[in-house]
Design a protein around this ligand. Structure first.
Ligand SMILES: *Cc1c(COP(=O)(O)O)cnc(C)c1O
Length: 385
């Protein structure tokens, strides 16, 4: 048997490697011309909405929440069907996390549940473009009418996708991206924040650069000397180096190609699943043009665990995305109880991600489908016996 097929994997070419090597031979390793250039390239995918790069997707969330002014006493409404960072990065700023359930087709934040969760203390409503499918942003905006909270899109899965023809990155007040190797493009570690309001983008940029103020017009002591810089509000060092921005620029050139290959693999999975009993494929809304990051199936009849174990034993690196965030002990210890978001919990109990990445060959995908078919049959033979 060959090695375990992963559920996600980067696609790195000799051109990517050459782009990185070029920067290593130059004068700038960290904040140099590649940073601005990558941010400008990213803005072409966000419909011109301004972008700041950061060191990873978790940092992007931390920066975005900080730019939204999240602090102690604030509430942040979050989808529980996500990686823990969507919630933990706001908790790290002292906010109280309020989980609102997902809707039962896309498993993205349910606008009705979000409307119920919003209070006068809500500072941010955070949706997640689960598996690459955009959340229903127009409905979420409506759910927030009367609140001065900001809408955040965790688009770690969805860069390159559109909603009613509008690009991801332009749909919420703040959008965060991750460039981790399994995501739609990679810079090894990396991320970015897009913000509709230039003043919010400026706050985001400043937070990711230790809070340093260098603009003479803004200095409290402008005559201190040419060396002088000031910190007015605390920030952290979340910069993405030039070396990695060069990799990101090179990767971004292939995002369209990555999207097309992911779509072709999704179409092949959809076709294969149509002939299989006991599993459901992901749904897609007519208004969405997703970049599928995951291929999340539902395994029915309480058989997810068994199918997961059988496929892993067959060398197929299936994954589960995600355990509802408030099941993590850190939230349980704060008093969050199971049962609060039943749609997310029911989805979690069935969910299984099949391998999906641009370099997955048709032959390897056939292996995945054969292993899934065998796992489902194995169970039914046992049940019949
Ligand atoms: C990957 C991911 C993150 C975090 O990104 P990192 O770059 O790994 O820190 C946040 N939210 C979601 C939904 C993710 O998938």
């Amino acid at each position: 048997m060959t090695g375990m097929l992963p559920y996600g994997r980067q696609s790195v070419t000799e051109e990517d490697i050459a782009a990185v090597a070029d920067v290593l031979r130059g004068d700038w390793l960290t904040t140099g011309p590649q940073v601005d250039a990558f941010e400008a390239d990213l803005a072409q995918w966000t419909g011109g909405v301004g972008v700041t790069t950061v060191s990873n997707g978790t940092a992007a969330l931390h920066v975005a929440y900080a730019a939204a002014g999240v602090g102690p006493g604030d509430e942040v409404v979050v989808s529980p069907m996500t990686f823990v960072a969507t919630a933990s990065s706001a908790a790290a700023l002292g906010a109280t996390i309020v989980f609102a359930d997902v809707e039962d087709e896309t498993f993205c934040l349910d606008p009705a549940a979000a409307a119920d969760a919003v209070t006068s203390r809500t500072r941010v409503v955070a949706a997640v473009d689960y598996a690459g499918h955009p959340a229903d942003y127009d409905a979420l905006r409506k759910a927030m009418v009367g609140s001065d909270a900001m809408l955040l899109a965790d688009a770690a899965h969805s860069i390159g996708g559109t909603y009613h023809g509008r690009p991801v990155g332009s749909l919420a007040d703040l959008t965060t991206f991750s460039f981790f190797p399994t995501k739609n493009l990679t810079t090894a570690e990396g991320g970015a924040v897009a913000a509709l309001d230039p003043a919010v983008l400026k706050r985001a940029r400043r937070f990711r650069t230790i809070g340093l103020v260098r603009d003479r017009a803004e200095l409290r002591c402008p005559d201190e000397g040419g060396w002088h810089q000031e910190v007015h509000e605390f920030g952290l060092n979340y910069r993405l180096p030039d070396v990695l921005c060069a990799l990101g620029r090179s990767q971004l050139r292939r995002l369209g190609e990555f999207k097309a290959r992911r779509a072709a693999l999704v179409a092949r999975y959809d076709e294969a699943l149509a002939d299989l009993d006991g599993v459901l494929p992901p749904n897609r809304k007519s208004w969405a043009d997703p970049v599928w990051h995951l291929y999340p199936i539902r395994v029915l009849d309480g058989r997810r665990r068994e199918v997961y174990d059988r496929m892993r034993a067959a060398g197929i690196g299936v994954q589960v995305n995600y355990v509802p965030v408030y099941w993590h002990p850190v939230f349980a210890d704060l008093g969050y109880r199971r049962g609060s978001c039943p749609v997310a919990e029911s989805f979690y109990s069935q969910q299984l991600s099949l391998p999906l990445y641009p370099g997955l060959s048709d032959a390897d995908q056939d292996r995945v489908i054969d292993a899934l078919t065998a796992a489902l049959r194995a169970g039914s033979v046992r049940t019949a016996a």
